[in-house]
Design a binder for this molecule. Sequence first.
Ligand SMILES: NC(=O)c1ccc[n+]([C@@H]2O[C@H](COP(=O)([O-])OP(=O)(O)OC[C@H]3O[C@@H](n4cnc5c(N)ncnc54)[C@H](O)[C@@H]3O)[C@@H](O)[C@H]2O)c1
Ligand SMILES: O=C(O)C(=O)C[C@@H](O)[C@H](O)[C@H](O)COP(=O)(O)O
Ligand SMILES: [Zn+2]
Length: 370
Amino acid sequence: MALVRVALDARSYDIVIEQGALDRAGDRLAPYARQGRLVVVTDAHVAAAQLARLEASLRAADVAIEPIILPPGEQTKSWPHLEQLLDALLALEIERGDHIVALGGGVIGDLVGFAASILKRGCHFVQVPTTLLAQVDSSVGGKTAINTRAGKNLVGSFYQPALVLIDPATLDSLPPRETRAGYAEVVKYGLIDDPAFFAWCESDGHRLLAGDADARTHAIEKSVTAKAAIVADDERETSGRRALLNLGHTFGHALEADTGFSDRLLHGEGVAAGMALAFRYSARLGLCPAEDAARVTAHLQAVGLPHDLASAHVTADGATLVGHMLHDKKMAAGTLPFLLARGIGQTFLSRDVALDDVAAFLDQDRAAAL
Ligand SMILES: NC(=O)c1ccc[n+]([C@@H]2O[C@H](COP(=O)([O-])OP(=O)(O)OC[C@H]3O[C@@H](n4cnc5c(N)ncnc54)[C@H](O)[C@@H]3O)[C@@H](O)[C@H]2O)c1
Ligand SMILES: O=C(O)C(=O)C[C@@H](O)[C@H](O)[C@H](O)COP(=O)(O)O
Ligand SMILES: [Zn+2]
């Protein structure tokens, strides 16, 4: 068992990483059940694959739960499903002292966290992430959101959970494509500021993707430790440090928007292509050695992740994609700060990027790949 603390004064919380944690969740969650009720929110895939384990351990601890089961997929992070969830929670007469347990991937975590933050002006919530992406990234740090017609994560809040309970064994039932997509956010930590971890990804990433328990626990611990430190330092993305976690996301969110937040491109897949594009753009600007950009592209390609517009199945031109970027939450006074790199492990926030140059780069990058 490993414990990582997210240090945020009175709102500090633990991340527990433990193989089989779901089967012992009753012990961890019983103290919350003594303060009120537990409501579990999950999606239909997770309900089929993992909910029975949580229910059994809670039953053994004499804790009753009331599950709410939503449809799976990115479309669930939306106004209609937020309303559906809030109505279901209100129908249960949820009180502020109750705890809402988000059992699922980043979609459930982001949606439930947002609902918890606005319901009765704030109810407690617990993250029990069941995808690799959620275990290494989305369950930690309190970014909650839904998507809107204008773009990704545009309505949301910063709202921290009371606890993050990670059972790597839940990944046994995760489809390989989802594991790969989550792996993109693992690689991200290496690219931001940990070149040795990127080298580990190159040498050992295939073990994680094949389901090796040691490799995936190592990656989860490294990732949440890195993220917890960044969040403790810059919870609300004001100093610029937390913005580093957005590496690949300005491109990635534009690609996701272009595919209509559909299954054609998963979030992690968009991030993978976005990181490769950010490195190649940095190389084009003369900021980053071309060999580093090539190494990033080669690793993502080797593990079967999208690494350019074609492999992300995006046909839109550069100007259209830049149009999506104008909704980015980092926009300030008409300019968009961009995550660029001086090399692997040397990501920084640049305020000198011209969006028409980004559009031209995207068109040239596509043409160069033909
Ligand atoms: N808040 C943050 O800091 C943050 C960080 C990264 C990503 N995100 C968000 O997370 C979302 C993506 O999350 P995701 O990749 O976890 O996708 P997801 O929640 O859609 O889950 C992926 C798929 O796997 C299924 N699934 C989940 N766990 C399973 C399991 N153990 N066994 C079988 N099936 C399982 C789900 O039902 C779904 O079909 C995006 O909306 C993204 O914007 C948020
Ligand atoms: O926690 C963060 O900060 C991140 O940026 C993590 C990202 O992986 C995540 O996708 C996040 O939701 C993107 O944030 P946004 O502010 O660009 O919506
Ligand atoms: Zn992300």
